[in-house]
Write a protein that binds this ligand. Structure first.
Ligand code: ADP
Ligand code: ASP
Ligand code: MG
Length: 438
């Protein structure tokens, strides 16, 4: 059987016509690259805008009855410039006008945002001479807007069986009623993964603007060490905890088929990038720590109650207060007489007083203290399980750099350690841990 490679190109890889020519060179240099998934055009430079952000802005204005001509004209110009630079025979103006009309007439937020990928896929298919296949006809979401992977895989396999080369827009699918539904931000990575699983690809290439995964965010640490190979689980921990390189949900569709993912750099295609592989794949090098990532803006609710373990319903009551207020718990480290709830500040902020009051009523704690503006840092590594003293080393590194630790918790899989610190210490803490392990 012929080998197939699915290649997803991120926003910066398709930000302008120059980037499109690089993408064409990459695609045509390997005949196995048959199914291509583009994002919407991203930033061309630091102060530029992502098309998706501009589309959300148009929706916001339109939904308040405010004229959005000015923002839409920036979007139109980006696409028109790409088409004219590449001398394409595509009436992009007419398509743009039609989309604008739909937004004016009350198109949904998801429909509006999805047009960034839709337009880019139309242009790229024309430029590559590949067929355009709309993601709305392949990717099925159920009533709760959750991906129906089985139906989707069947659609992808049967539709693409007769189409040898295709471009499929990233970021969205459609529900049973045919309405467009987008994934969360960065979701074109998930589309690439879905297509790879549907066509049973030998490889899923994810092309971006860095030569793979680094041990820490290159915007925080100068020249961080490159990660050559990483497992699906480590990658998920890192991306969930803030490393944006690959959407954390990209792992699910390809995990069971063990399709490897290769993160590659569109601007340096000769670099090998990072391979993301299944846990069962043999990996030679076993460093203690694979990577460090983090997220800001959490609130810690710390609850003390002497002998809380003897109050049998305590944990249930505590969790149900959060559940009834529709707040998800990120982590819940505990000791004998105390427990901390770590929740995202944006979720809890407007409900904090109510939640605390209900905890007081139902759980009768000795005391409750809240700590706002907290950040979480995850130190991830499959080698940690075999190494003593990892937490001690992290503690020392942070203390030596004057960073106060509010909490530290190790996942039961011993794949990660999570540390809670103040938002303001975020960069300092990441750099300190990196220095201790580089
Ligand atoms: P794309 O638009 O191609 O999907 P993203 O912006 O989603 O790309 O992800 C790539 C960016 O992730 C890089 O430009 C880099 O600045 C950032 N990044 C953060 N943490 C890391 C890390 N640990 N390794 C590599 N890149 C990282
Ligand atoms: N364009 C979408 C976003 O900006 C999806 C993606 O880039 O993957 O979030
Ligand atoms: Mg991305």
């Amino acid at each position: 059987m012929e080998e197939v490679v699915v290649a997803k190109f991120g926003g910066s890889s398709l930000a302008d016509s120059k980037q499109f020519t690089k993408v064409k060179d990459i695609v045509t240099s390997d005949k196995r690259r048959r199914y291509i998934v583009p994002s919407a055009p991203g930033k061309r430079s630091g102060d530029d805008h992502k098309i998706t952000d501009l589309l959300y802005m148009c929706y916001q204005l339109a939904s308040h009855g405010i004229n959005f001509d000015e923002v839409y004209s920036i979007i139109s110009k980006r696409y028109e410039d790409i088409c004219s630079d590449l001398e394409l025979d595509l009436d992009i103006k007419e398509i743009l006008t039609d989309i604008k009309y739909k937004i004016q007439e009350g198109a949904t937020r998801d429909y509006t945002a999805s047009r960034g990928e839709y337009l880019n896929a139309l242009i790229l298919s024309e430029y590559l001479g590949f067929e355009f296949v709309d993601a709305k006809d392949l990717i099925v979401l159920d009533k709760g807007d959750k991906l129906d992977l089985e139906k989707t895989k069947k659609n992808v396999a049967s539709t693409l069986a007769d189409i040898p080369y295709a471009v499929i827009p990233g970021f969205y699918g459609a529900n049973e009623e045919g309405h467009i539904i987008t994934f969360s931000r960065g979701g074109s990575d998930i589309t690439g993964s879905i297509i790879a699983s549907g066509v049973d690809a030998v490889l899923y290439e994810n092309w971006t603007d860095v030569s793979g995964f680094y041990m820490a965010d290159p915007r925080i640490v100068d020249n961080p060490r490159h990660i050559d190979t990483i497992t699906y689980r480590e990658l998920r921990e890192l991306s969930y905890m803030g490393a944006p390189v690959l959407h954390e949900e990209s792992i699910f569709p390809i995990k069971s088929a063990e399709i490897p993912i290769n993160i590659k750099n569109t601007n340096r295609p000769e670099d090998p990038g990072t391979m993301i592989v299944s846990e069962s794949a043999p990996i030679n090098h076993l460093e203690t720590i694979t990577g460090i990532a983090g997220k800001k803006d959490f609130t810690v609710i710390s609850i003390e109650k002497t002998r809380m373990n003897e109050d049998k319903g305590f944990f249930r009551k505590l969790v149900s207060v959060l559940e009834s207020n529709d707040v998800s718990i990120e982590h819940m480290p505990s000791s004998i007489d105390s427990i901390s709830l770590i929740v995202s500040s944006s979720e809890i902020n407007s409900k904090l007083d109510k939640v605390i009051e209900e905890i007081r009523i139902y759980c009768k704690p000795d005391s409750i203290t809240t700590y706002p503006e907290m950040a979480l840092i995850a130190v991830v590594g499959r080698g940690m399980i075999n190494t003593k003293g990892t937490s001690a080393k992290i503690f020392t590194a942070l203390a030596n750099n004057g960073v106060n630790i509010r909490m530290i918790t190790q996942g039961s899989s011993e794949l990660n350690i999570i540390i809670g610190i103040k938002n303001k210490d975020f960069d300092k803490a990441i750099s300190a841990i990196y220095e201790a392990y580089k």
